[in-house]
Every structure is written in structure tokens, then in C-alpha cells.
Design a protein around this ligand. Structure first.
Ligand SMILES: C[S@@+](CC[C@H](N)C(=O)[O-])C[C@H]1O[C@@H](n2cnc3c(N)ncnc32)[C@H](O)[C@@H]1O
Length: 215
């Protein structure tokens, strides 16, 4: 019952946060900066699979001179993220509900400065590697959207997904840096913003893997 009620109220709750999303986000392709009212040299950072929005909200608050767009396909989950951004009155963060497989419909060539992929679904290397968001076919799409020197910042709890992703980044011509298999006990931790899933894995004692892949 509670779930049904939640689903029925999604449109009203979305409407209350009208300023955070667009009826036709694909129409913003190639003009996100213009539509969001920032200068052409403003960096545009995009998070894929933002979940309930802890990471994108905190990161956007910490970096008011960056334009953020967070992408999520689950309508209940993205609603939680949108409401968080709305309640915190974050002016530089917007949302798209879509599947990453269609991402080229929403961003133009060379439009994006940085992509964050945090704790994407691990799938199974043997059975479903093509569903992993760091599979080479996805990376080739991301390369089109990314500016020269653009980055993908990737975090995961999953060792197999991490090793797979390092191979895929390298195969697709990215240069790897800031690689750690224990982020929270590394020199990079002070600048790290924990996601919802990251906190859960950290509480379970699972070391977090992280890498920066640069074009
Ligand atoms: C394991 S959760 C991690 C959420 C958040 N990034 C975190 O670290 O707490 C993965 C999220 O990615 C979303 N997701 C998975 N595949 C996606 C896709 N192809 N397109 C858009 N979102 C996707 C899921 O709906 C889910 O909210």
C-alpha cells in the first residue's frame, strides 16, 4: 500500500521541484550552459546513476562555479534526489530521468567536462559484461560527449568490476591516475564525498576502489 501511494504522488512531488528538471531535457542537448544560465566556460559535470542524490547535492554545494546534471533512471529514486536538491536550494544542479544507454540524446559532442560513475550495478563479468556502465561500448559513447582532457571519475566496492573497468578504460584510450584500492585510507580521502552506497559499504568494512580516467 505504502508503495502504491508513493507512486501515485510522484507527479505532484516532482511538480513542487519544477526548477530542478525539464519537460524535454533532450532539447537542452548542446546548450545546457545557455539554458541553465551559466557562461560558456563553466565546467559541466554529469553524474550517472545518482541514486538518492547525496553525492551530487554535496558536490554541487561545494563547487558553486560548476554546473551539475545528475542522471538516474528510477523515478522513485530520482524523486528523492530532486527533493533533496530542492530543499537545499542548490542553484547549480539539475536532473534527467533517463537510461544511460540513451545518453547521447541529451548531451552533444564535447559538451561535458567530467563524468562521475559511483557504485554502478556490478552485473556479472561472464554473463552480462555489456550491461556494466564501464563496458567499452558505453565508454565510446562517453568519449563523444567528453571534452578534450575530460575525465571519468569512477568508484566501486566491487573488485571484479574495478579490474574490468581498468581494462576497459585502457582499451578505450583513457589515461589512468589517482588509482587506489582503499580510498578511505588513501591520500585522496580528504577531498572525497561519500555516496549513499559508499557509506553502506564502508560501514560493512569493504574497501572502496577509485580511479580517474582522463581522455
Ligand atoms: C547501486 S546504485 C548507486 C547509487 C549512487 N550512485 C550511490 O553510490 O549511492 C546504482 C544506481 O544507478 C541507477 N542506474 C543503474 N543503471 C542505470 C542506467 N543504465 N541508467 C540510469 N541509471 C542507472 C540505479 O537506478 C541506481 O539508482
Amino acid at each position: 500500500m505504502a508503495r502504491m501511494r508513493m507512486k501515485r504522488h510522484i507527479p505532484e512531488r516532482m511538480e513542487r521541484c519544477r526548477e530542478r528538471w525539464f519537460d524535454d531535457p533532450a532539447a537542452n542537448k548542446g546548450k545546457w550552459r545557455e539554458v541553465c544560465g551559466v557562461s560558456e566556460d563553466t565546467p559541466l559535470f554529469v553524474e550517472f546513476g545518482c541514486g538518492k542524490g547525496k553525492f551530487c547535492c554535496q558536490t554541487a554545494l561545494d563547487n558553486p562555479d560548476v554546473l551539475y546534471v545528475a542522471v538516474e533512471r528510477d523515478s522513485s529514486v530520482i524523486l528523492a534526489a530532486i527533493e533533496k536538491a530542492h530543499n537545499l536550494e542548490i542553484p547549480n544542479l539539475f536532473f534527467i530521468r533517463c537510461d544511460i544507454k540513451d545518453i547521447e540524446e541529451f548531451f552533444a559532442e564535447d559538451e561535458v567536462s567530467r563524468i562521475y560513475i559511483n557504485f554502478c550495478d556490478p552485473w556479472n563479468r561472464r554473463n552480462k559484461p555489456k550491461r556494466r556502465l564501464t563496458y567499452r561500448d558505453f565508454l565510446e559513447k562517453y568519449k563523444i560527449l567528453l571534452r578534450k582532457d575530460g575525465q571519468i571519475r569512477f568508484k566501486t566496492d566491487n573488485d571484479d568490476l574495478f579490474d574490468f573497468s581498468l581494462e576497459e578504460f585502457t582499451h578505450c584510450g583513457f589515461t589512468l591516475s589517482e588509482l587506489t584500492r582503499d580510498l578511505h585510507n588513501s591520500e585522496y580521502d580528504s577531498a572525497n564525498v561519500r555516496t549513499e552506497f559508499e557509506q553502506k559499504f564502508a560501514d560493512e568494512g569493504i574497501p572502496i576502489k577509485r580511479v580517474v580516467a582522463t581522455l
